[in-house]
Design a protein around this ligand. Structure first.
Ligand code: IVH
Length: 695
């Protein structure tokens, strides 16, 4: 088969560059505006790289409207002021959130236009009122030349570099566009991009980054992004844009389209590639405005971005002109609001909740407050650092924010209203549900409960994980069934699974006798498992399948894994300090050990083997206690050395202690050792013990 293009001459670089740009623009539009990509990312990247390479080889064809040039500028020293050719006005806000708000506006418009009750309804365009910041995009001869903030309406700031990074904004317009046009609209951050940004910020803070903070709401984060001097940082924010009007525009007689209505104008902007909200529509008279306000009010929570209301605009541009302005606000438009998404309330208490995976989250209990359309009584404080940074205390007056289906959160505290003596919030060091140790690993923001097998909050997750196909595998035990078994109190802990009888199972809703028997069979079958599957199934944090296998290979037996010191665990391939610590902490929880024992008692078995050969451990089986100041070794160093040689270090002296290592100023532990007849040695003797024996 011959390829049709095989004998055609290759296109000139200029032609290929133009074709690639057009194709990438199209894909950007499909991806960012229409939300309907037609090629995979990898294919897009290939085209993008080809264009980059061609432009690098032919710098004479470089052009600022190329998709490769969206982020490229150097950080600015400061922003330059811009005078708007056509001022950027604001709209009058109808604060009445009831339907009467729309009626008031329609009545005013009709009165100004001198319409009688018998005249037909006025036609309006209904839009969303986006909660971001206004932007004016100036295109000259079809190329984006300047993006400016609103500022005071007369003078704004030139933020072109940052706005070019927004891939929803076309860098050039079709040839049919007027010679000059300013497209006006709103730069905003979607809720998902806002949450992701704050999550990244919280991680940075947890890792000790200085000067980083989380953002109060999407609008503030968007405004901060627009005002970044470094366009690379602005690009990371993933800002978005909606068009809702025009400013300066070449008169029709100088070429370009003629618009009679605002709606036609929006449709044209959409055709040119600008995002225009899909909800935008025309409406006849007050009753349809009210219907729009109510319909959008119901959708508000599920929209992917914040809105604070809707906007009504008279559709006919001729009527708009007739209506004109009062004190810098057009008479032909109004913003009709919804209940605010931020409100003041007081903190009644701070509770710590435990998630399905053991994550501890501090939650502020609030005096009930109506915010974002619902009554809120709980707001998340995310984690210890966030709670501390915001310094939320019981009794405080705080701003709560609830937008969309996102969990309400405390945005900030009003410090002047603090009750004197309110204590600082501290995270508990034990799980409030099961009492196991709660630990926070280095570089992580969250505390976690370590009682994974026992903790009621983690029960469902623990059982599901244990029953997973790659763990102990209980066929047919999926999330729905686990949910049902736990909620009906048929099982509380893992071992309960193996105590299930036919009657209990068959009495569950929607459980046929046949399925009950099947599950019992699957449970019976799962009892014969392997050590790696069992260890993986315990759901120890950081112990995946590979680590479970490495542990089984290294230690051969479950008891050896359960009793291994951190130092011994570190000898296992694949196990680093974080994993070793996590395993040790897990088996240090008496509840977890108990569950393991019960599972064995229920008949779970696996083959155990000999530990893999390793160097002889001179101190294995010996227990040490360190007291006083050693001449050169620090406490931790001495402990590490002992553990690496297979020994254990305990905190107090008992009959089981083999050696007490004493330095200067050793106190009661030394006395106790002498009383019990335990061998007391010094640092030199310890170091001698560490040498492997001659034979
Ligand atoms: S029209 C002359 N339409 O609301 C009318 N503004 O006070 C100019 N806004 O900060 C504005 N959504 O950025 C208009 N669909 C919409 C809007 C909208 C949000 C913002 C605008 C400005 C404020 C108007």
């Amino acid at each position: 088969m011959t390829h049709p293009d095989l004998f055609a001459p290759p296109p000139s670089p200029a032609k290929r560059i133009a074709a690639l740009r057009a194709e990438l623009d199209l894909h950007d539009h499909r991806y960012y505006v229409l939300d309907a990509p037609s090629i995979p990312d990898s294919e897009y990247d290939k085209l993008f790289r080809e264009l980059q390479a061609l432009e690098a080889a032919h710098p004479e064809f470089l052009s600022p409207d190329s998709p490769t040039q969206r982020v490229g500028g150097k950080p600015l020293e400061q922003f330059v002021s811009v005078r708007h050719k056509v001022p950027m006005l604001s709209i009058r806000t109808e604060t009445d959130t009831e339907p009467t708000g729309a009626q008031n506006f329609d009545a005013r418009v009709r009165k100004e236009l001198g319409l009688a009750d018998s005249d037909p309804p006025v036609e309006y365009v209904c839009e969303l009122k986006f909660d971001g910041l206004a932007m004016s995009l100036r295109y000259e001869h079809g190329v984006l030349m300047q993006a400016a903030t609103r500022g005071d309406g007369e003078m704004g700031e030139d933020v072109t570099q940052n706005i070019r990074t927004i891939r929803q904004i076309p860098l050039r317009l079709p040839a049919t566009a007027p010679a000059v046009i300013e497209v006006r609209g709103e730069v905003y951050l979607s809720r998902a991009d806002f949450e992701a940004l704050n999550e990244r910020q919280r991680e940075k803070i947890a890792q000790g980054a200085k000067g980083e903070k989380t953002f109060v709401n999407p609008r503030n984060a968007a405004a901060g992004g627009v005002r970044q001097l470094d366009p690379a940082i602005a690009a990371e924010r993933r800002l978005s844009f909606f068009a809702y009007g025009v400013g300066d525009i070449t008169l029709p007689e100088q070429g370009g389209p003629v618009f009679d209505t605002h709606f036609e104008l929006l449709q044209t902007l959409e055709k040119w590639g600008f995002p225009v909200a899909a909800q935008t529509r025309t409406a006849q008279g007050a009753s349809e405005l009210i219907a729009f306000h109510q319909a959008i009010g119901r959708q508000r929570d599920s929209l992917p971005y914040d809105i604070d209301g809707v906007v009504y605009k008279v559709n006919s541009l001729a009527l708009q002109q007739k209506l004109g302005f009062v004190s810098r606000e057009p008479r032909w438009a109004v913003a009709h609001k919804y209940p605010a998404q931020e409100q003041l309330t007081t903190v009644l208490g701070i509770e710590v909740q435990v998630g399905r995976t053991g994550k501890l989250t501090p939650v502020a209990k609030l005096a009930p407050v109506f915010v974002g359309g619902v009554t809120v009584t709980n707001a998340t404080l995310h984690n210890e650092d966030e709670a501390r940074r915001k310094d939320v205390r019981v009794g405080d007056t705080v701003i709560v924010r609830r937008a969309g289906d996102v969990i309400p959160e405390v945005v900030s505290v009003l410090p002047d209203k603090r009750v004197p003596g309110a204590p600082l919030f501290t995270m508990p060091r034990t799980c409030p549900v099961c009492g196991s140790a709660a630990v926070r690993e280095e570089g992580e923001a969250d505390y976690r409960c370590t009682g994974g097998l026992f903790c009621a909050a983690q029960r469902k997750e623990a059982i599901l994980h244990f029953a997973h196909r790659r763990a102990v595998e209980v066929e047919g035990l999926g999330d729905k069934l686990v949910e049902q078994l736990v909620d009906a109190h048929v099982i509380r802990t893992l071992p309960d699974l193996y105590k299930l009888g036919f009657t209990a199972l068959a009495s569950l809703d929607r459980m046929a006798d046949k399925s009950a028997n099947k599950l019992l069979e699957a449970l019976e079958k799962s009892k014969k498992t392997t050590l790696p599957r069992f260890v993986f199934g315990l759901g120890i944090r950081h112990v995946g399948e590979a680590t479970a296998k490495a542990l089984a290979r290294h230690f051969g037996q479950l008891d050896a894994i359960m009793d291994a010191t951190e130092a011994q665990l570190l000898e296992v391939d694949d196990v680093g300090p974080i994993v070793a610590k996590s395993i040790r902490t897990f088996f240090d929880q008496p509840h977890n050990r108990e569950v393991v024992e019960q599972l064995r008692a229920c008949g779970l078995t696996w083959e155990e083997g000999e530990p893999a050969a390793r160097a002889p451990q001179p101190l294995s089986g010996k227990t040490f206690v360190i007291t006083g100041t050693l001449p050169t070794l620090g406490r931790d160093e001495a402990k590490d050395l002992i553990e690496a040689a297979g020994g254990k270090v305990a905190g107090s002296v008992s009959k089981k202690t083999d050696y007490v290592v004493a330095g200067t100023e050793a106190g009661s532990k030394l006395a106790k050792a002498e009383a019990l007849g335990v061998a007391v040695i010094d640092q030199a003797a310890l170091l001698a013990l560490l040498e492997p024996s001659e034979n």
